[in-house]
Write a protein that binds this ligand. Sequence first.
Ligand SMILES: Nc1ncnc2c1ncn2[C@@H]1O[C@H](COP(=O)(O)OP(=O)(O)OP(=O)(O)O)[C@@H](O)[C@H]1O
Length: 304
Amino acid sequence: MTSDGTIIVEHLSKSFGPVRAVDDLSFEVAPGRVTGFLGPNGAGKTTTLRMLLGLVRPTSGVATIGGEAYGQISRPLRTVGAALEAASFHPGRTALDHLRLYTPQVGVPDARASQVLELVGLSEAAHRRVGGFSLGMRQRLALATTLLGDPRVLLLDEPANGLDPEGIRWLRGFLRALAAEGRTILVSSHVLSEVEQTVDDVVIIARGRLAHASSLAELAGMARVQVRAVSPDAAGLTALVDRSAWTRTDAGDPRVADLWDVDAATVGAAAFAAGLELHELSSRDPGLEGLFLQLVGAVESAVA
Ligand SMILES: Nc1ncnc2c1ncn2[C@@H]1O[C@H](COP(=O)(O)OP(=O)(O)OP(=O)(O)O)[C@@H](O)[C@H]1O
């Protein structure tokens, strides 16, 4: 393992029979940052994480952590902490007993179990049976389990799932602090808004393909105002949009033009000059979530 915990995914593909779950996917995840791994249900996030962990063999391409495939890392549980599926806990075990099951595998002393419980704020519940835990407490316990080996890299599948606003706030602060220590943190989610305040970088996928990868700040800079022009003259509207080379997304009605790279005043002036009757001219800010859906939609319609 090289000194840093950079994750590199290169031309990664995985087919399950006719289903292309991951399709020529490439991206990098940098240490010292929290990266959101985003995409709608079925986009291929879990399959990608499973390939990173050597649990699924890629059809082609490679996925490495610190320059090595997971199977080559000498003490993998001390290097990579992963929480993939909704963790299942034996309901009769206490939180501490659950963690002590794993300490020998990870190769850390039993005392580490109490330390990680303290890190996730569960010390007071250490001797309580997990069967009585709330979903939020289970999520914290799953996170504590991933931290046993003090790993440099954390892969977390939907860690905010089931957390209340207070739990989400806590998770945000916790992950940010771990990243500030130089760790690589990859967090999957199917909604950008859930991780928007947590992540530094985003990797967005759809239909197994890369839709977008950048810092969150760059993505926010792309969130543009959308202008909607509605005319009873569909052919005239299309001719104006084409002539002006504006970017139009399909609104499902030829009399409606949703435009991304122009302001309302410019559209109004051009329509007036062309003698085109408009019944509506409005602008709206689709926000980050709207942009996310647009990026996903562009890939989905290209694949369909
Ligand atoms: N073992 C498998 N056998 C067959 N198909 C699979 C298998 N694992 C995943 N798939 C298919 O691959 C595609 C990607 O699934 P994956 O679970 O990776 O997506 P995801 O982005 O994690 O979705 P979700 O947010 O719903 O968990 C889906 O169409 C899924 O049905």
